[in-house]
Design a protein around this ligand. Structure first.
Ligand code: PBG
Length: 323
């Protein structure tokens, strides 16, 4: 009789046949920074903070200590610093630029990623410039390119465009090359859905759109595989070095689809809503947080993600290092 249980009977046997690995280097920690002197808790994301520049340095040191794959930095601006063109995103002395400069000065070997988008910087909260009630794709490209160059100049190791404007990868690649950053890779949020799972992030970053939603640029969750493949194909062709799927677990089917087709590292973004759900259940004592988190991250690795952006990165790394 076929007895699959034979290979499960002993830990040493299970360890030998286990195919999927999960290590701290596979985890990237998204971090929020604001201008305040003190870190602030984020109500819908227990355990995560809107960091001050100082507490961000502590988090960066923790990322190094835990041997994480990297961090990603998001800026949270006060309303009065936002405007129609999101100029805070590409200011040479912008918040994220300053944060990255400080982190890289202290931790040159920590991989720092920059999210390249305008929604945290526009007063209307959309990811691009708005003309007559709709986001103007082509006018936005130039601003995204400026944002990317300013982030690279500040020392960002990876540029991660997330605005879902058509042509953004090509525009950013060309601008980076022109500015002398031909060696800076682009991680494209290639397959990014218009998702309700971003809710807590928008609280954290105060970046909910003031009118309408993002369905005219982010993808329809009910769209077909043609849509996912098309978006990935375009960004592949435009020169993205790595491709990302976002959110993560609800789109687990999309990862293997891309894995087979594209010969570039794949990432998954385990987003704020996914984090909040696990935290809420764990805080109620309804699930075992550690096991649920590690199982989820292993599932993402099995589906094809080389690395995962997750707010659980430091906890998961600690659990993994503890063994
Ligand atoms: C910027 C951006 C968003 C997230 C990452 N980059 C917000 C959005 O698209 O509305 C969400 C991440 C999360 O929910 O954790 N556009």
């Amino acid at each position: 009789m076929e007895r699959p249980r034979r290979l499960r009977l002993r830990p040493s046997m299970r360890r030998l046949v286990r195919e999927i690995s999960l290590e701290p280097r596979h985890l990237v920690w998204p971090l929020f920074v604001h201008r305040g002197a003190d870190p602030e808790p984020i109500a819908s994301m227990p355990g995560q903070l809107r960091h001050s520049l100082d507490s961000l340095m502590t988090a960066a040191a923790e990322a190094v200590h835990l041997q994480l794959g990297g961090i990603m930095v998001f800026g949270v601006l006060p309303q009065e610093e936002k405007n129609a063109t999101g100029s805070g995103a590409y200011a040479e002395d912008g918040l994220v630029q300053e944060a990255i400069r400080r982190i890289k000065a202290e931790h040159p070997d920590l991989l720092v990623m920059a999210d390249t988008c305008l929604c945290e910087y526009t007063d209307h909260g959309h990811c691009g410039i708005v003309h007559e009630g709709t986001v103007d794709n082509d006018a936005t490209l130039e601003l995204l390119a400026k944002t990317a160059v300013s982030q690279a100049r500040a020392g960002a190791d990876v540029i991660a465009p997330s605005a879902m404007m058509d042509g953004q990868v090509a525009a950013i690649r060309a601008a980076l090359d022109d500015a002398g950053f031909a060696g800076t890779p682009v991680l494209s949020y290639a397959v990014k859905y218009a998702s309700a799972f971003y809710g807590p992030f928008r609280d954290a970053a105060d970046s909910a759109p003031a009118f309408g939603d993002r369905s005219s640029y982010q993808m329809d969750p009910a769209g077909g595989y043609w849509d996912a493949l098309r978006e990935a194909e375009i960004d592949d062709r435009e020169g993205a070095d790595m491709l990302m799927v976002k959110p993560a677990l609800p789109y687990l089917d999309v990862l293997p689809l891309l894995k087979q087709r594209f010969h570039k590292p794949l990432a998954a973004y385990h987003v704020s809503g996914e984090y909040a759900m696990v935290k809420a259940a764990a805080l109620n004592g309804w699930i075992d947080e550690r096991r649920v988190v590690l199982e989820s991250l292993v599932a993402l690795r099995r589906a094809g993600a080389q690395f995962v952006l997750t707010y659980f990165a430091p906890d998961a790394a600690r659990w993994l290092l503890e063994g």
